[in-house]
Design a protein around this ligand. Structure first.
Ligand code: ADP
Length: 204
């Protein structure tokens, strides 16, 4: 079997680079990928930002992979068809995996609408390092917030394939963490995630 289970190429073999373990020891933290999924304006970026501040306050090393930033660079060639969305998620998962290997706590804020692609991301990252956080808000609430004016554009037909309007969102069935951002403040959502991380342990 190839060392890369998701690759078609049977001739690839991952070299066991010795720096990886050393990095983990130096950082003294358990690496993790916190994968935030939810419809637009549910609160993913806002909570990711506040979570990163809180993790830094604990002396932990982090990195955020945010949907809009990623689409502006790494994935700028991709659109919003089902195939392109899957490829967007695959690339982010692969980058998150690389960051995980350097010992970081990676926070991903990505709509990631299909459960199949989230499952695929989990398989790339590894179940023991993957925490799925469903950032949940009713469509009406998200539409009222509409911080980027995207729902308005989608309703008027200016944006096609918009999740929740004319593109489907698979509600996570068993996320590790569920945040109802209509009921929880940003701070409460951050505390909920921190509690989950603390329970797992932050130090190597
Ligand atoms: P997403 O990244 O999911 O598209 P954003 O974080 O960009 O969402 O936008 C969410 C908006 O909702 C922000 O303007 C934020 O201030 C607002 N908001 C209001 N209440 C909450 C809450 N309880 N949790 C998260 N965001 C909230």
């Amino acid at each position: 079997m190839s060392y890369f289970p998701n690759s078609q190429n049977q001739n690839l073999h991952a070299f066991a680079f010795s720096h990886l373990q050393a990095e983990h020891t130096r950082m003294k933290q358990k690496p993790l990928v916190i994968w935030m999924t939810g419809i637009s304006a549910s609160g993913k970026s806002t909570i990711a930002d506040a979570l990163e501040v809180a993790l830094h306050a604990q002396g932990l090393f982090t990195c955020i992979l945010d949907g809009d930033s990623v689409r502006g660079g790494l994935c700028r060639d991709l659109g919003f068809t089902e195939g392109d969305r899957d490829e967007n998620i695959r690339r982010v998962a692969e980058v998150a995996r690389l960051m995980l290997d350097t010992g970081l706590i990676v926070i991903v804020a990505l709509i990631s609408p299909s459960s199949a692609s989230r499952h695929y991301a989990r398989s790339i990252i590894g179940n023991e390092h993957f925490v799925e956080v469903h950032v949940d808000a009713p469509l009406e609430t998200a539409e009222q917030r509409d911080p980027k004016g995207l729902y308005k554009k989608a309703r008027s037909g200016l944006i096609k394939h918009f999740t929740g309007i004319d593109s489907h969102y698979d509600v996570p069935i068993f996320p590790e963490v569920h945040l109802n951002t209509q009921a929880l403040s940003v701070e409460q959502s951050v505390v909920t995630i921190l509690e989950w991380i603390a329970q797992r342990g932050t130090q190597t």
